[in-house]
Design a binder for this molecule. Structure first.
Ligand code: GRF
Length: 203
C-alpha cells in the first residue's frame, strides 16, 4: 500500500461504480486503493465493499441535529482516511460547502446524464420524459451547486424506443463504470488540471 494514492468513495445504493473502481485498483489499473466506503444509509453497496475487505462506515443525517452538523461529521469521517481523491458515486445527498471546501480539487461526482442537461435526483427519468435520443453520464468536480462543476469526462448512451427508466439506467451504469475508472486513473496520474473553471486533460 506504501506510496499508493488513497480513494474514499461515498455511496447510497448498490455501489456498482464503487466496485468497478475498487476492482480497477486491485488489478493495478489505477495506482491507488479504495481505502474506505462511506454511506449516508444502510445500503447493499456497503456489503460489496466489506466483501472486498474495504473499511466501511455510515454517517446518517438522522443522527445529527442539522444538515450542517452532519456535513461536518461526514467531512471528518472522510478526512481521517487522508484521501487523495473523494468520489461521490451514487451518493444521494447534497454536499454542503463545509464538505466541498475541505476537499476542493479532489472531490468528484458521477451523474447519470450529460450535464448540464438533467441535473437532480431523477436524471434518467427526466431524460426519458424529455424524449432525448442520447443521454449518458458525467464525471465532474463538485462545486457549491448541485450536479455542477468543471466537467472531467462524459459518455453518451443512446435511448432506445422501448427503454424504461430501469433498462436505460442499466446501460448508463455499464458505460459509466468504464468512464469512472478512466477518469479516476487520469486524476491519480496527475493528468487532470483545473484551468479557469475548466478541466484540461494531459494526454
Ligand atoms: C449511478 O448511475 C450514478 O451516476 C448515480 O447513481 C447511480 C449509482 O449506481 N449518481 P451504483 O450505486 O454505483 O450502482
Amino acid at each position: 500500500m506504501n506510496g499508493r494514492k488513497r480513494i474514499v468513495a461515498l455511496i447510497s445504493g448498490s455501489g456498482s461504480n464503487m466496485e468497478a473502481l475498487a476492482v480497477a485498483c486491485e488489478r493495478g489499473e489505477i495506482q491507488a486503493s479504495v481505502v474506505a466506503v462511506l454511506a449516508d444509509r444502510d445500503c447493499s453497496g456497503l456489503e460489496l465493499a466489506a466483501a472486498r475487505a474495504i473499511p466501511t462506515g455510515r454517517v446518517e443525517p438522522k443522527h445529527f441535529e442539522s444538515r450542517e452538523v452532519w456535513s461536518e461529521a461526514l467531512r471528518d469521517a472522510v478526512m481521517v482516511h487522508e484521501p487523495d481523491l473523494v468520489v461521490s458515486a451514487g451518493f444521494m445527498r447534497i454536499l454542503s460547502p463545509v464538505f466541498v471546501d475541505a476537499f476542493a480539487g479532489r472531490l468528484i461526482n458521477l451523474h447519470p446524464a450529460l450535464l448540464p442537461a438533467f441535473p437532480g435526483a431523477h436524471a434518467v427519468r427526466d431524460a426519458l420524459a424529455a424524449g432525448v435520443r442520447v443521454t449518458g453520464s458525467t464525471v465532474h468536480f463538485v462545486d457549491h451547486l448541485v450536479d455542477h462543476g468543471p466537467i472531467i469526462m462524459q459518455v453518451p448512451v443512446a435511448v432506445e424506443p422501448d427503454d424504461s427508466e430501469e433498462t436505460l439506467h442499466e446501460r448508463i451504469k455499464e458505460a459509466e463504470h468504464r468512464m469512472l475508472v478512466d477518469a479516476c486513473k487520469m486524476f491519480i496520474e496527475g493528468r487532470v488540471h483545473l484551468d479557469a473553471g475548466r478541466v484540461l486533460i494531459e494526454r
